[in-house]
Design a protein around this ligand. Structure first.
Ligand code: BGC
Length: 328
């Protein structure tokens, strides 16, 4: 072969190599599926978007209007068919979602849970609150608020999602052996208007209700509104999950007494971080590098907030890097 031909071939080979090296890595696209339209989930979405921007990946965020298992399944199916890089889901019903989670994994897509777990599914890990422990904290706070005991009622948005069941279970454990008695458990299926009307009906049925437990983000404000309308505001002791702007305003007014504040911003942020690492480095290495514990649970933690600790809570959020617009 002539020298010029050889040189030309070498140049072509080099160009092909450079061409290969310059080809952009396939775009990572992760999906986060939540449970309902609510400021709580807007905070999760903020975390999702912040992480996606920082890591230079695409993130899709979806929530159904209210509790809607069928919508969660069909949304997940859509993204499995699109062969996305990873999916994080908060299953409203862990049993119903398990086959879809399996389908995703079989298609080679890493699937994790956030906010509420499906430990019996093949999800790889869970990122969120330790809900049994958090439920016990809520029960302990109710005990503190009602040292003489009394009637209490529970409001929740699901009787299938594990986070709700564990929060109720933990609460019951913590009030065992006291004179606190649960007289009603309402399920609004994450419908804000239903939450208020069920709370109002419970207050009509039990005008001597001493305490109310808000299991989901909707529920604390729903109890507070119903109590105001029934002229029981302040007298009805309310322990509620979450700390959206609405919760903080009601805490300041004295309409809600204790908040068990989740760190939902981190749930969104960390889900995107972990799924991105899995897409880039493979599942096993990602679990190791992200220091996911052997039980595959990444506990994002909670804060117990009262009117007296509001300023300290704001300071803590600033230190943790969790954005908030309210001022103590
Ligand atoms: C729960 C979520 C729920 C949200 C709104 C939160 O306390 O962790 O699972 O979707 O409240 O109801």
């Amino acid at each position: 072969m002539r020298r010029t031909t050889l040189l030309a071939m070498a140049a072509l080979a080099a160009m092909a190599l450079i061409g290969q090296a310059a080809a952009p890595a396939p775009q990572i696209r992760v999906v986060v599926i939540g449970k309902s339209v609510h400021p709580y989930w807007a905070n999760v979405e903020r975390g999702v978007k912040a992480a996606a921007q920082k890591l230079g990946v695409q993130a899709v965020f979806f929530v159904p209007q209210k509790e809607d298992v069928a919508a969660q399944i069909s949304t997940m199916e859509t993204y499995i068919a699109q062969k996305v890089s990873g999916i994080a889901i908060a299953p409203s019903d862990p049993k119903a979602l398990a086959p879809t989670i399996k389908k995703g994994r079989e298609a080679g897509i890493p699937v994790i849970t956030l906010d509420t777990d499906a430990p019996e599914s093949v999800r790889i890990a869970y990122i969120g609150t330790d809900n049994l422990a958090a439920g016990r904290i809520a029960g302990r706070e109710m005990r503190r608020l009602l040292p003489q005991g009394g009637k209490v009622a529970i409001g929740t948005g699901s009787l299938t999602a594990l986070n709700s069941l564990q929060r109720i279970e933990g609460f019951k454990q913590a009030i065992q052996g006291t004179r606190i008695r649960i007289v009603a458990t309402n399920n609004d299926k994450e419908d804000a208007a239903t939450a208020v009307s069920l709370a109002a009906a419970t207050l009509r049925a039990h005008p001597d209700l001493a305490g109310a437990y808000g299991v989901y983000a909707y529920n604390g404000p729903a109890w507070a509104r119903a109590a105001k309308e029934a002229r029981m505001a302040g007298r009805l002791r309310i322990v509620a999950f979450d700390a959206t702007d609405e919760h903080i305003a009601l805490l300041k007014e004295g309409a809600i007494h204790v908040l068990v504040a989740q760190r939902e911003y981190f749930q969104g942020y960390r889900s995107v971080e972990l799924l991105t690492l899995m897409a880039r480095e493979g599942v096993d290495r990602a679990l190791q590098r992200y220091r996911v514990p052997a039980n595959r649970i990444v506990d994002t933690g909670v804060d117990v907030v009262t009117r007296a600790t509001l300023a300290a809570y704001a300071k803590k959020l600033d230190e943790l890097g969790i954005p908030h617009t309210w001022k103590p």
